[in-house]
Write a new protein. Structure first.
Length: 204
């Protein structure tokens, strides 16, 4: 379809040329989401947040440009890490020790060197414990998301207030399967006749 849309610009339909166009459009979107990159920055006061780990978009953008979109870790030999993938914003002074989300105090680090710095600061055992906790939270969040009836009710066309009522009806059976929870939500909502066919398909 992209080849067809680019029929006038790329008459040959060359896949490499089409992909080149696609990547030219994709990369700015990724940079905007990852580093708050923009070609038209507007000076404005830094947004505040109750989360001490929050890094304002203005800080992200400046740090990314300053560090050249590359890990800033420098080894004992004086060689800088060449990594440009899996980059993270790292507080030079850990937040737990009063670090601030300002341009001088934030740097780019690849995932490996960010973890390495954290282990040197807090110890390997502490960081292993934190990683296990993070994995457990992620697993629990995925489980809740998989069991949540709200997305299914929204797909069936229920209004926001109806979705909330359906979810509330399921609170009495937190250990039930998704199918059982969905059936209970649908019974509680008593959907109108025009939804019956779709509901029967979803429930089965």
């Amino acid at each position: 379809y992209a080849q067809a849309l680019l029929g006038h610009a790329i008459p040959s339909g060359d896949v490499a040329a089409v992909l080149d166009r696609a990547l030219d459009a994709l990369i700015p979107q990724l940079e905007r989401g990852k580093f708050a990159a923009t070609t038209r920055p507007h000076p404005r006061p830094l947004r505040t947040s109750s989360d001490p780990r929050h890094i304002p978009a203005e800080v992200k953008r400046t740090v990314w440009q300053r560090d050249g979109g590359r890990c800033t870790f420098v080894g004992d030999s004086g060689q800088r890490c060449p990594a440009r993938a899996r980059l993270e914003f790292d507080h030079a002074v850990p937040v737990a020790r009063g670090g601030q989300a300002t341009v001088p105090c934030v740097r780019l680090r690849c995932r490996a060197h960010n973890q390495y710095a954290a282990e040197r600061t807090f110890g390997t055992a502490f960081m292993d414990h934190k990683r296990r906790e993070a994995k457990a939270r992620a697993a629990a969040a995925r489980q809740v998301e998989e069991r949540d009836v709200a997305p299914w009710l929204r797909q069936l066309g229920f209004r926001a207030d109806e979705v909330r009522r359906g979810v509330a009806a399921c609170e009495a059976i937190p250990e039930a399967s998704l199918e059982e929870r969905l059936r209970l939500a649908l019974r509680a909502l008593q959907p109108p006749h025009r939804r019956v066919e779709r509901i029967q398909v979803m429930a089965t």
